[in-house]
Design a protein around this ligand. Structure first.
Ligand SMILES: [Zn+2]
Length: 266
């Protein structure tokens, strides 16, 4: 039986039995864990507002081998603006789900904890949440060891600087030059500028990646390619994507209604 205290990001939580709650967290010292908060639903004061996904908390836990018991949990930062903006909330949920699905339990990586904490903070305040999610995914892929070298053609070894156009086969972990462009459409076409930005995202100190801005026309294809790569890894669809699609279609409908309203009033 080991007691440990750590900071953590709440990923998800759900009811268990009549009065308990299970909380999935990414902790600084113990990596991804699921902990049980005994009697949490009877005594809301003890864990007041601390199980909201995306929040930064401090925990006091007892590790009993197969079970981690949550003794105390204190809210440090709720990132409130995530909770009043549905789109930011959706992206925060996507980030949490990626960690829940792809990171093995109890394999602590401090780099990943810091990335997750900074991602939630930037999602709550950055003007462009899609840019934040993309930077998270690129760095996450690198931390988890999935990111290929991307420093030249996998076939002829032509270096990056030799060409402006490149093709990334994300699922195969290969970068290819124009000459070795793969058949079909199982690749992401990238310009040299975007590839250099991806390099920076991997190499810059963690607190400096958030200044990087992926160009407007590259964001959507890069996001789709990264999400396809995740789907191939976990072999299922991400639930939070459905929510994001619903949010986007509701926003589009609202915009259309506004336009119609304006037209009608003229
Ligand atoms: Zn080549």
């Amino acid at each position: 039986m080991n007691r440990f205290d750590t900071e953590a990001i709440v990923l998800s939580s759900w009811d268990c039995g009549e009065s308990d709650r299970v909380v999935a967290l990414y902790t600084e010292t113990n990596g991804s864990i699921r902990a049980i908060a005994k009697g949490a639903r009877n005594s809301r004061k003890r864990f007041a507002h601390t199980f909201e996904p995306g929040s930064l908390v401090t925990l006091s836990c007892i590790d009993r081998g197969s079970l981690v018991r949550l003794d105390a949990c204190k809210l440090i930062e709720p990132y409130l603006s995530l909770r009043i903006d549905v789109e930011r909330w959706g992206y925060s949920g996507l980030v949490s789900e990626i960690v829940l699905e792809m990171v093995p339990e109890r394999e602590p990586q401090r780099d990943l904890f810091h990335l997750l904490r900074e991602t939630q903070a930037h999602l709550s305040e950055d003007r462009d949440p899609v840019n934040v999610v993309l930077l998270f995914m690129l760095r996450f892929q690198d931390i988890m060891g999935y990111m290929p070298g991307l420093d030249g053609c996998a076939v002829c070894r032509r270096p990056l600087g030799d060409s402006m156009r490149w093709y990334w086969r994300i699922n195969q972990g290969q970068l290819l030059c124009v000459e070795h462009r793969p058949p079909g459409d199982d690749f992401l076409a990238l310009d040299l500028g975007t590839l250099l930005l991806i390099h920076q995202c991997r190499k810059l100190p963690p607190d400096r990646i958030w200044r990087l801005r992926i160009s407007r026309d590259r964001k959507t294809p890069l996001l789709h390619a990264m999400l396809n790569w995740i789907r191939a890894q976990i072999r299922k669809d991400l639930k939070s994507l459905k929510l994001l699609q619903q949010i986007r279609s509701a926003q589009q409908k609202a915009t259309q209604r506004e336009h119609l309203g304006m037209d009608g009033s003229v």
